[in-house]
Ligand binder design. Structure first.
Ligand code: ATP
Ligand code: MEV
Ligand code: MG
Length: 365
């Protein structure tokens, strides 16, 4: 039987990086998904290839590990589908050795973090059973739209379903079944362990919004659902400048240890911006004047947050170019996700849509 699970990417409206240091942040799921499908193979099937295979369809790369090699490197992992145990340093170095035998093209070496997360999640949940996973994604990888979290959430969902640990069973006939709350909690916990392998020190916001969807406020591991009362339109521009969340998060932590007082004030200011933005999002605006005033506040808060992200050292000349370009049209932008390149959000006020009703923008939050 084949199991398929999908999980969305996200945008962060306020609070990235500061959220790693305990501030609040606001994120929303977007309509772009990563899908993981999984087929468990009875031992000896498929021409006798007792292996765990990962097919990364978008990159055209397939990886394969003989089950005996996995057991040899990681021990007789029996697979457990309850609450996760974090990946130990010993496991991580055994996984790194398993990757050495794979031919990862130099230009795609960044995939090794995702492969490590895959091997950890697969062997921890299913043990060394043979199986084949296929991953496809609508998301640009490493661009701030939460590709790593969507990868970990969809893979954890597929693995836990194959292990019989989650899933509603029976099927309602809908194209995609929704997991119940407890199942989502379990998927989220496993995905967080995968994110730790990819990110080093994730706050948990990306895997949480990818697992639970919608718009959330996230602070110190606590999630609050936000009810957005009016549609807010955002343009997402991908600078196509590659970057790596792990390195950017580490850079901010280093700056925070060099200037603890200054950075504590920055994180405190971001916390206030996220709290303020959450209440603006939840406030109801009934007429055009109220909508404009709400959008002006959102734009101002985004602009303030962008200034503080510059202060943290995570902007980039490509991001600044987008900011300057949109400012020519009186539009406010901020980076989203880890920065250093990647994607930029631009708030598109309703008044522009009234003037140019046929304009098509990329995403609706
Ligand atoms: N579809 C995928 N297949 C394989 N690996 C993936 C996939 N999506 C993400 N990854 C892994 O995640 C890494 C990108 O994660 P990273 O956190 O740096 O960027 P992001 O998640 O896109 O952005 P952000 O964390 O800022 O939202 C890739 O280098 C790769 O190792
Ligand atoms: C940069 C960061 O704040 C968001 C990345 O989307 C990292 C995290 O919270 O894990
Ligand atoms: Mg990420």
């Amino acid at each position: 039987m084949e199991v398929r699970a999908r999980a969305p990417g996200k945008i962060i409206l306020a609070g990235e990086h500061a959220v790693v240091h305990g501030s609040a942040a606001v994120a929303a799921a977007i309509d772009l998904y990563t899908t993981s499908s999984l087929r468990l193979l009875p031992a000896g099937e498929d021409g006798g290839a007792d292996a765990v295979e990962l097919d990364l369809r978008d990159s055209g790369l397939t990886f394969s590990w003989p089950c005996s090699g996995l057991c040899g490197a990681l021990g007789e992992v029996s697979g457990k589908a309850g609450a996760p145990t974090p990946c130990s340093p010993e496991e991580l170095s055994a996984i790194a050795k398993l990757l050495e035998d794979q031919e990862i093209p130099e230009a795609k070496i960044w995939l090794s973090a995702g492969l490590s997360a895959f091997l950890f999640l697969y062997t921890s949940i299913l043990g060394c059973r043979p199986g084949k996973a296929v991953v496809t994604s609508d998301l640009p990888i490493g661009s701030g739209l939460g590709s790593s979290a969507a990868f970990c959430v969809s893979m954890s969902g597929a693995l836990l379903t194959a292990a019989g640990a989650v899933g509603i069973g029976g099927g309602s006939g809908a194209e995609w079944e929704l997991f119940g709350k407890d199942d989502l909690e379990l998927v989220n916990q496993w995905a967080f362990q995968g994110e730790k392998i990819i990110h080093g020190k994730p706050s948990g916001i990306d895997n949480s919004v990818s697992t639970f969807g919608s718009m959330i406020k996230f602070k110190k591991g606590e999630l609050t659902n936000l009810k957005s009362r009016n549609p807010v339109k955002m343009l997402i521009t991908d600078t196509r400048v590659g970057r790596n969340t792990k390195a950017l998060v580490a850079g901010v932590s280093e700056r925070a240890s060099r200037y603890p007082d200054a950075m504590a004030s920055v994180f405190h200011a971001v916390n206030s911006i996220s709290e303020e933005l959450s209440s603006v999002v939840e406030s109801a605006a009934e007429d055009e004047i109220a909508i404009t005033s709400k959008e002006d506040k959102l734009a101002e808060l985004m602009e303030m947050n962008q200034g503080l992200l510059q202060c943290m050292g995570v902007s980039h000349s490509s991001i600044e170019t987008v900011l300057r370009t949109t400012l020519k049209y009186s539009l406010v932008s901020k980076l989203t996700g880890a920065g250093g390149g990647g994607c930029v959000l631009t708030l598109i006020p309703m008044r522009i849509l009234f003037i140019f009703p046929d304009c098509i923008f990329s995403f609706i939050v």
